[in-house]
Design a protein around this ligand. Structure first.
Ligand SMILES: [Zn+2]
Length: 312
């Protein structure tokens, strides 16, 4: 930041400006310098370091704007007012210091690990199966790794990857389904969390090519909505990643993957987990209802009522 700001000051005092222009500018130089010092104070604050580069660019742009006729008859006044949004931006765009963000990330990693432990404990996946991810600030994805005991995970076992696949935790081997998680996050900016698992009852329905009827129980229709089927493709393959990502639409939160398992998305890990759990329950209820000789579905009016309640 300091380099960028000093560069801007240097441009003010000794740049390639014409003598006439510099003369009219120098008359307001003190006022501009005071504003510059104020900006420097903001930019020296801990936590604003990450904002240094764009801040420096904005400062340079402001100085260049000073040469433009539309800048007005009083350059210092114009400059001051143009600085206001920039100063506000510099104050508020970096709400956390690096240390605070690190602390947040440890908590977020623990949430992912806890969610995987819970998934395993509830019999919704196996020791080696399933994967969970969470989108966090900074364009990063937290993801459970492969070849790790899914029933005994801790924060330091959660991989950190970028959207282009760069692994910031090279000691951890990211999940085999990394490309599937990334494809969904890239295509759907609203998705914050993904839980992929192999819950036995729901997976059995998918393998048997039998639909899971979510219209039998109001909770299932409300929480899961209508599941969408993705045709079989090899686990970990680009085909599977693309196929699952493109089947998710505005109100799709659950994908049934043929001869594989299920995947649910959510605004949070808890929501995605809840959907997996409710889906598995719905599959069990489908079985019980069939054993009892069949059930009664919610009618269209009742379903629309739930849609309205759920805001869709
Ligand atoms: Zn799987």
């Amino acid at each position: 930041m300091l380099g960028a700001s000093c560069e801007a000051q240097g441009r003010c005092a000794a740049d390639g400006r014409s003598a006439a222009n510099r003369k009219s500018f120098d008359g307001r130089h003190d006022a501009i310098r005071i504003i510059q010092l104020e900006i420097d104070q903001f930019l020296r604050k801990p936590g604003l370091i990450d904002n240094a580069q764009p801040a420096g660019k904005q400062l340079r742009a402001l100085f260049r704007a000073g040469e433009h006729p539309s800048f007005g008859s009083d350059p210092s006044y114009g400059f001051q007012h143009r600085c206001i949004p920039f100063i506000l931006n510099a104050r508020y765009t970096i709400p956390q210091t690096t240390r605070e963000r690190k602390g947040e990330m440890i908590k977020e990693k623990q949430t992912v690990a806890d969610c995987m432990n819970r998934l395993y404990r509830q019999g919704l996946t196996t020791t080696s199966g399933g994967n969970i991810s969470l989108r966090i600030p900074g364009g990063l994805i937290l993801l459970t790794p492969s070849a790790t005991d899914k029933g005994n995970m801790d924060a330091d076992q959660i991989a950190v990857i970028e959207m282009d696949g760069t692994n910031h935790t090279p000691k951890l081997k990211p999940s085999i389904e990394t490309s599937m998680h990334l494809a969904i996050y890239k295509r759907h900016s609203n998705v914050r969390a993904i839980v992929h698992a192999h819950p036995p009852t729901a997976s059995a329905f998918v393998a048997a090519r039998k639909p899971i009827n979510v219209r039998l129980i109001a909770e299932a229709y409300a929480i899961v909505g209508e599941p969408v089927i993705a045709p079989y493709a090899l686990m970990g393959s680009p085909e599977l990643a693309a196929s699952v990502a493109e089947r998710i639409e505005k109100h799709t939160s659950c994908i049934l993957m043929e001869n594989h398992g299920v995947l649910c998305t959510g605004d949070s890990l808890l929501q995605a987990f809840d959907r997996i759990e409710v889906l598995e329950n719905a599959a069990k209820i489908n079985l019980y209802v069939a054993q009892l000789g069949g059930g009664v579905e919610l009618d269209e009016t009742q379903l629309r009522e739930i849609d309205v309640m759920m805001g869709r």
